[in-house]
Each structure stands twice: as structure tokens, then as C-alpha cells.
Design a protein around this ligand. Structure first.
Ligand SMILES: [Zn+2]
Length: 111
């Protein structure tokens, strides 16, 4: 078992009971601690962020640095078959279409 402090820049400002620490007269709201078990759970970003809100706050604050990890100067593309469109009419006369987009082969752009 190990732990990380939540990396959310505002984690320590949210007024929840579990963040209250300290002794009477000198209470604080403290950044949440995330316990990571020996199987590495929680995994991914949940090891470092207590919530999606804290993750989003961090990503908003550091967006410029984050995109520099893997800059995208060109769009990626996934080959597809020509899309098909199937018309349906319900028994009460409503018309709708099913659009089918089928991927062709395996996308290797990320490899
Ligand atoms: Zn947090």
C-alpha cells in the first residue's frame, strides 16, 4: 500500500467532511489522500486524482504543458467503408434513418 496526494489544484478548497483535519480551533480543509493498493489499484489517473473534477482542474491549469507531451500538428484518420444509410418507417408513419459507419482494417496511426 502506498499513497499519493490528489494533484487537483483546488482539492483542498472543497468543503466536504472528509477533507476536514486538525484539532479544535485550528481546523483545515486538506487535499485528499489516495491509497494505492499492492495491485496498483486505483489505476491510471485515479492514482493521482480523487475525482474527475480535480483531474479536469489540473488539465485546465496545465493544458499547454500537457499537449506538449504529444503535440498534434496533423489530424489522424481511420479508414472506413463507404457509409450506408437505411430508411425505416414506423407503423405510425414516422421516418428515421440508420447510419452505419464501418471501420476498415486496423487503425495503426497510434503505433
Ligand atoms: Zn482531489
Amino acid at each position: 500500500m502506498s499513497y499519493h496526494w490528489c494533484h487537483g489544484p483546488s482539492c483542498h478548497t472543497y468543503s466536504t467532511q472528509d477533507r476536514v483535519r486538525g484539532s479544535k480551533g485550528s481546523k483545515v480543509l486538506r487535499t485528499r489522500k489516495i491509497k494505492v493498493n499492492n495491485n496498483g489499484y486505483p489505476s491510471g489517473f485515479y492514482k493521482y486524482f480523487c475525482s474527475n473534477t480535480c483531474y479536469n482542474n489540473f488539465a485546465d491549469k496545465h493544458a499547454e504543458q500537457i499537449v506538449r507531451i504529444e503535440p498534434r500538428t496533423e489530424p489522424l484518420e481511420t479508414p472506413i467503408e463507404d457509409p450506408t444509410k437505411e430508411k425505416h418507417t414506423t407503423s405510425w408513419g414516422h421516418t428515421y434513418y440508420d447510419h452505419t459507419i464501418k471501420k476498415r482494417g486496423v487503425d495503426t496511426s497510434m503505433e
